[in-house]
Design a protein around this ligand. Structure first.
Ligand code: PGA
Length: 263
């Protein structure tokens, strides 16, 4: 795991965009997994900026959305599909046929989830999975208790999530109770997991995810089993980490250490 500590939210977003830009320079048909929430918004703004400057091009990029509410049409403003279209896809030159989404209204849920995993496989796997982290440690909609080897599947939303979503819907009956989400096992198999976190409210859960035991009670702790996980976090979110001086040293001296080993 690599823990990259930046000064503030803006630096978290620009650093994460730089990681994606560098990966894209090496592989133009990069396969990206996209997350929703407040945290990645600044990253998406940075990616749009890089695209406008001609530093990144999405013509061959392939996108997989991380989760979706069951029952919502793609056109619903609360759907994951709408969020990604609105905050990124419509503003860059990604091809429609290269955008893969979990449907909120699949005819056969199990078959849809199985086929989604197959599409990820057929695309050669996800190169970079962008992630946020919930205050309870969830990644995607894998809430505490989710199996660490879970695959893409139907999940019930926690009462807290249902209550938090209530104001965004006119009718109580419309508020989603279920979702489809990539599993923790699916996320661990991606080639790189890029988790962004910002602010004091995330400090405790970041410390548990990075330095605590691997446990289904903190789904993000499963990233300790990931071959290449990067946590890009700001000072406030890093404030609960015991080993932050070491993470800072390791990041600052990364190139020097690599050179020394080559000699
Ligand atoms: P947030 O959500 O970025 O809005 O804090 C993160 C998450 O719940 O995954």
């Amino acid at each position: 795991m690599e823990v990259i500590i930046k000064k503030d939210y803006d630096e978290v977003c620009s650093e994460s965009a730089a990681i994606i830009e560098e990966a894209w320079r090496r592989k133009k048909n990069l396969v990206l997994g996209f997350a929703t929430g407040k945290t990645p918004l600044g990253l998406y703004e940075n990616l749009i900026g890089l695209y406008r400057q001609g530093r990144i091009d999405f013509a061959e990029v392939v996108a997989f959305n991380l989760d979706e509410y069951v029952g919502l049409e793609e056109s619903h403003p609360q759907s994951f599909a709408y969020y990604m279209d609105h905050h990124l896809f419509r503003q860059v030159n990604i091809r429609k046929e290269n955008i893969f989404r979990l449907s909120g209204r699949p005819a056969d849920i199990e078959e849809h989830c199985r086929a989604y995993e197959q599409k990820i496989h057929d695309a050669g796997g996800i190169d970079i999975q962008i992630l946020g982290i919930g205050k309870n440690g969830h990644i995607a909609f894998n809430e505490p208790g989710s199996s660490l080897s879970s695959r893409t599947r139907l999940k019930g939303l926690t009462p807290e999530t249902v209550a938090a979503n209530r104001p965004f819907f006119q009718d109580e009956k419309e508020v989603p109770r279920f979702c489809l989400t990539l599993g923790i096992g699916t996320i661990i198999e991606t080639k790189m997991a890029l988790l962004l976190a910002s602010g004091k409210a995330k400090a405790e859960i970041i410390a548990r995810a990075v330095e605590g035991p691997v446990t289904a009670s903190v789904p993000a702790s499963a990233l300790q089993l990931h071959a290449r996980a990067k946590f890009v976090i700001d000072e406030a979110a890093a404030s609960g980490l015991t080993n932050k001086d070491y993470y800072r040293w390791a990041y600052k001296n990364k190139d020097r250490v690599t050179e020394a080993v080559k000699k």
